[in-house]
Design a protein around this ligand. Structure first.
Ligand code: AMP
Length: 396
């Protein structure tokens, strides 16, 4: 795997695909600079080598049209502040103006190009557009994990114009490394904790990881499709009846593969999907009509705790309850605590894909797990076992 450490950027211009798709408020100020901070090590390495950095990114969904409120000029100040170097900006991302701005760039300087998605050719993966982008640097660096599952011009196609001079930035390399640790090289026992609302959105992940893990913990709304498929009474809990057969197939497949599946034995049920609902702990297969399971119960959490603390490699995707409501967040917080403890004892833990990342940040576990992925869709596709085009293009 060729990373940015394999290159010396002295007197070179690095064309870096970053993910600066950051949220802006009504005054067009950056409200969360995490993605800029995440790209900082890569940019600094280029500058410290004595090179210059040409940064390209998308922002929002301008659908191929120049859209003033989605101009990357609004984030120049923030990038300058985070990187600690005055960032120059050019109001185009291809063509003579951009080429001139790159030609004028000196070692130690940083240039940010205008929003790539002002051109429909970006998302179309247009080769001519990618070729124009490739004029803007000597070495192509992809550090945008969040878009690595897209075969766009700047994330994938452009790489072919740098047959020798292409590499992963630090952030993308870290993401790849974390996925490898769970999917291929992880120390056993390996445990995957899958929660979230629906079986249907996690099915490909479950199928793929059954070959990799020793334990599969099922939590969240998915629980009830499994419980009902096995003949349990789930009251008014969320369930996908058309996925019950699939749930049974997963359980029998897991058995064949020697994977132990852990499904909640008790749940915190509520008489309404509401933060002020009445609640009671009940067996997960004896939920009364008019009640719905919204969080894992105490016996379940005790069981999850044992499994998690015995694991050496842990993957967490999806909350085990409706964590957005305080009354039903306890299970998700407990799971976060167990993972934190296992990590402290030497396990490797990866949190990735969607709402579990939000939960980890909200409850302050970010620094207590080994790695929190920055890419929702890209992480989900990796866990599904798909090759990401942006990664394949660098490896090619
Ligand atoms: P996902 O995006 O698939 O990871 O789903 C996350 C969502 O699942 C969160 O918004 C949770 O509130 C929701 N969820 C978790 N447990 C349950 C449950 N028992 N009933 C309904 N929704 C749930």
């Amino acid at each position: 795997m060729r990373t940015i450490n394999d290159f010396n950027f002295k007197n070179k211009k690095a064309l870096i695909r970053v993910d600066f798709n950051v949220p802006l408020d009504a005054d067009l100020k950056v409200t969360d600079n995490n993605r800029i901070v995440a790209a900082k090590p890569t940019i600094l390495k280029v500058l410290e080598d004595g090179g210059s950095a040409v940064l390209m990114s998308h922002l929002g969904r301008p659908k191929g049209q120049a859209t003033p409120e989605l101009s990357l000029k609004h984030i120049v100040k923030e990038v300058t502040q985070v990187i600690g170097v005055d960032v120059k900006f050019v109001e185009s991302c291809v063509g003579p103006e951009a080429e001139q701005a790159v030609a004028d760039l000196k070692s130690g300087e940083v240039l940010l190009l205008e929003n790539l998605r002002f051109h429909s050719e970006e998302e179309a993966g247009d080769e001519e557009f990618a070729k124009q982008l490739s004029q803007l640097g000597d070495i192509y660096v992809n550090d945008a994990f969040g878009t690595a599952h897209r075969a766009h011009a700047s994330t994938t196609i452009v790489a072919k114009f740098f047959p020798e001079n292409k590499c992963f930035g630090f952030l993308l390399a870290k993401e790849i490394d974390a996925i490898e640790k769970v999917m291929r090289t992880g120390e056993k026992p390996i445990t995957a904790i899958l929660g979230g609302a629906k079986v249907s959105s996690k099915i490909t992940i479950i199928e793929n990881i059954l070959d990799k893990v020793d334990h599969l913990i099922i939590g969240g709304g998915m629980t009830y499709t499994f419980v009902k498929a096995q003949g349990g009474k789930i009251g008014d809990s969320i369930s996908e009846d058309d996925k019950m057969e699939l749930a049974l197939e997963i359980l029998s497949e897991a058995k064949k593969k020697g994977v132990t599946v852990h499904i909640p034995v008790d749940v915190l049920a509520a008489d309404d999907f509401d933060k002020n609902a009445n609640t009671q702990v009940v067996a997960s297969n004896e939920i009364p009509d008019g009640w719905q399971g919204l969080d894992a119960g105490p016996k379940t959490l005790e069981n999850f705790k044992q499994v998690i603390l015995d694991s050496k490699t842990i993957l967490w995707n999806g909350p085990v309850g409706v964590f957005e409501m305080e009354a039903f967040a306890k299970g998700t917080i407990a799971v976060g605590n167990f993972i934190a403890e296992a990590t402290k004892n030497g396990a490797f833990s990866l949190v990735g894909g969607g709402d579990s990342v939000a939960a980890v940040k909200q409850f302050g576990f970010e620094d207590k797990v080994s790695y929190v992925s920055t890419g929702g869709g890209a992480m989900l596709e990796s866990l599904e076992g798909k090759d990401l085009p942006g990664i394949a293009a660098i490896l090619a």
